[in-house]
Design a protein around this ligand. Structure first.
Ligand code: NAD
Ligand code: 89Y
Length: 344
């Protein structure tokens, strides 16, 4: 196991989870520098996490530091330029979702790392949530047979604008921000999608993008799934930040609920279990399931760097999820069913 030197770019809201999780993984890597165009944020992060150097300019950081990888935790519009700067210096990157604001930049980012011959991973952490990993294990073991139908639901009224005010300002909002997780999880359980139909709604006044989206996916091999994405729902209780999903298989069914609860049924009976995350010493509710998944995502990245394996959420894998995002927006705009394969 190699000990790695790394830097985090972006010291805003969500990066605090990244920095805490890297601290938990300090036997395997050290964060030797942080960077944020906002000097106060960079310096505060360096102080809080005992990081030796802080920068406000990525090129200066890359020129001064010897890095084994960079963790990009800025918002999407900056991802391409930052990843290209790292690629030019031969530094692998792990990049937060969404990879980019649009398909053109997302593809350009993956191509830049490919051209440089460097590994990369998208920080697509929902796949690494404890209940989801357990559900995937059950499905893989054949507990419910071949999955033929799924419902994947992230519907909340939680005030996400308090921590992430930029979400009120983006024209591509709920699908790109959280729908991308939901569509990714749908791919995990149902396989690739060959058709996408989507309707969007804007319910909250004063925001620029859609805060409701309902997506119907037709999967290769005949499966069907519904993805429900909403930041303007009033569920009781509000499951935030849990994604609830249910699957029908040829031999049974499985449901994942808030509180990491899993229930599945097959010929052997009905089974209940709780797939709780590992303890997160620095965690805070309701975020602990997400915070544990951040650490699990980062651990996977380090495992892949050690073994040379391609990450489960590599750039190329994530482009398949991104194509569903693009297809959903195209379908909502046209009122037509869109084939992800036609996204170019
Ligand atoms: P934020 O605005 O709070 O923080 C982003 C930081 O990046 C800011 O401090 C900003 O000054 C800095 N920044 C922007 N451009 C930069 C550049 N070129 N160089 C250096 N610093 C730069 O945003 P956030 O809420 O922390 O979100 C960051 C990313 O994390 C987004 O892509 C978001 O979608 C993602 N996110 C993921 C999850 C998840 O569960 N996976 C949850 C929340 C946010
Ligand atoms: O931005 C969103 C994400 O990616 O995960 C949870 C979130 O922070 C709010 O829904």
């Amino acid at each position: 196991m190699t000990h790695r030197r790394a830097a985090v770019i972006g010291c805003g809201f969500f990066s605090q989870n990244h920095l805490n999780a890297w601290n938990d993984l300090s036997e395997r890597c050290s964060i030797v520098a942080v960077c944020d165009i906002d000097r106060a944020k960079a310096e505060a992060a360096a102080r809080r996490f005992g990081v030796p150097k802080s920068y406000t300019n990525v090129d200066e950081m890359l020129a001064n530091e010897s890095l084994d990888f960079v963790d990009i935790a800025t918002t999407a519009p900056s991802h391409l330029a930052l990843a290209e700067a790292c690629a030019a210096k031969g530094v692998p990157v792990i990049v937060q979702k969404p990879l980019a604001p649009d398909w053109t930049d997302a593809r350009a980012l993956v191509a830049a790392l490919d051209r440089a011959g460097l590994p990369m991973m998208v920080h697509e952490n929902f796949r690494f949530q404890a209940p989801l990993l357990r559900a995937a294990e059950l499905v893989k073991s054949g507990a419910i047979g071949k999955v033929v139908w799924g419902r994947f639901s992230f519907r909340t009224g939680y005030d996400i604008y308090a921590g992430q005010p930029y979400l009120a300002e983006v024209e591509r909002f709920a699908i790109l921000d959280v729908g991308i997780h939901v569509l990714d999880v749908a791919r995990v359980f149902m396989g690739e999608a060959e058709s996408v139909a989507c309707r969007t709604q804007q319910v909250r006044p004063g925001i620029k993008g859609e805060d409701h989206a309902t997506v119907l996916l037709g999967h290769v091999g005949g499966g069907t799934s519904v993805c429900e994405i909403s930041y303007a729902s009033h569920p009781e209780p509000d499951p935030f930040p849990f994604m609830i999903f249910e699957l029908d298989g040829e031999a049974g069914s499985l449901r994942v609920d808030a509180g990491c609860k899993i229930v599945w049924k097959n010929a052997s009976g009905t089974h209940h279990e709780t797939a709780a995350p590992e303890a997160v010493a620095w965690g805070s509710e309701p975020w602990t399931v997400v915070q544990d998944s951040v650490r699990a995502t980062q651990r996977h990245w380090l495992d892949c760097l050690d073994s040379g394996a391609v990450a489960a959420t590599s750039g190329h894998d994530n482009l398949k999820t991104f194509a569903l995002v693009e297809a959903a927006y195209a379908s909502a705009a046209s009122g037509q069913i869109v084939r992800p394969a036609s996204i170019d």
